[in-house]
Design a protein around this ligand. Sequence first.
Ligand code: HAM
Length: 421
Amino acid sequence: MKYKTLKGLQDILPPEVSIWQHIEAKARNIFRAYGYQEIRLPILESTNIFVRSIGETSDIVEKEMYTFQDKGGRSVTLRPEGTASFVRAYVEHHLYNNPAPQKYYYMGPMFRYERPQAYRYRQFYQIGAEAMGVEDPKLDAEIISMLTKILSGIGLAGLNFEITSIGCKKCRPAYRDALKNFLREKLNSFCSDCQRRFDVNPLRILDCKVPDCVSIRQGSPPVIDYLCAECKEHFESLKHHVILLKVPHTINPNLVRGLDYYTRTVFEVQPLIEGSQSTIGGGGRYDHLIEEIGGKPTPAIGFSTGIERIILNLKRQKVDIPSLPKPLVYVAEMGAEAKNIAVKLSQTLRDKGIGVVETISSRSLRAQLRQANSVGARFAVIIGEDEVKNSTVTLRDMTSAAQETVALSDIVEVLKRHLNK
Ligand code: HAM
């Protein structure tokens, strides 16, 4: 085979697309119910937007970005996630001047140059939401609960949220010191990345996936023990609200997110039966990011969920996905005059909102009806020599094989009646 998709990328063929459309449609319904509006953002951005937002020492920025120079010599990057692009747009269009809360959602491809494994892709799709301008933990709980509704609406069961607080700028220095004190004497045993990050961003050491590093850092102090009074109060109120909204969750003080912009609430959603490999979604607050990118200080929270991960779990749970509507009518024809009638009739039916598949070559009636079956048509309209002569068509119910003769001038109305159109 001469040409193939790149490693870590995949084609999504029509039978699978019905699952994608099901997921997207369910998500859109829920977003509507919670007052979120869609925003569409470019896939390509200036590299520094991601470096500034996600963090210079994060794995995404250090190892996983598709970055290249465009023909004008600018460094550009295929977006590895949506939040940084969203915040760029929010600041660029001064959206922070609009009254809060503002709620946005997006869907689309993201790119990370990761080692491809099952359901870890280099191009993957996220559905994401960002809510702006509200500090109240009631919103944190609402957004977590909205993600539960999206996932359960799609058909997933047995989900669990892991939730914690990682504090704010005020509590961070004390925690950083405590963490560094814990890590210092073990530092030589950590991988070179962790050693490098010790002074620049020690919190990133908690996110290292190297098995030795994972075991050496066991017992490190949890950030939750170092929250300032305001962050503690925020976290207590969040816990109260997730219980109120019946979100299935556990508090996981060791939860670490791979992006630097988070403050206070962070969360991930896992299927109950699986390990971290299959995290379905994650998110959190990023109350300082808008200001850091040049906007007015604006509290913010969001999440994103990976469509491929949702599909993995739908398949594991053997969830029945409704298939896409099939074309309703197949027009079979024999002879040159029949062809002219078929072309015109097909157009009229489509104009009336009735999906039509036409035969494409003069084949036997049997072959044409076989094709009608394989495309899943409910009815076939057959136009042969006799029908042309009598200005009629033969209408065949593809399920019962019952046939009736209908005047050509009546067929559109008859089909509309049969199909409740
Ligand atoms: P994230 O945790 O990096 O968060 O990604 C969110 C979800 O994207 C993951 O839980 C997973 O389902 C999916 N995902 C990530 N990488 C891959 C991959 N290589 N292959 C397949 N699926 C993947 C963010 O991206 C943040 N922007 C979330 C957020 C929004 N935080 C605040 N607002």
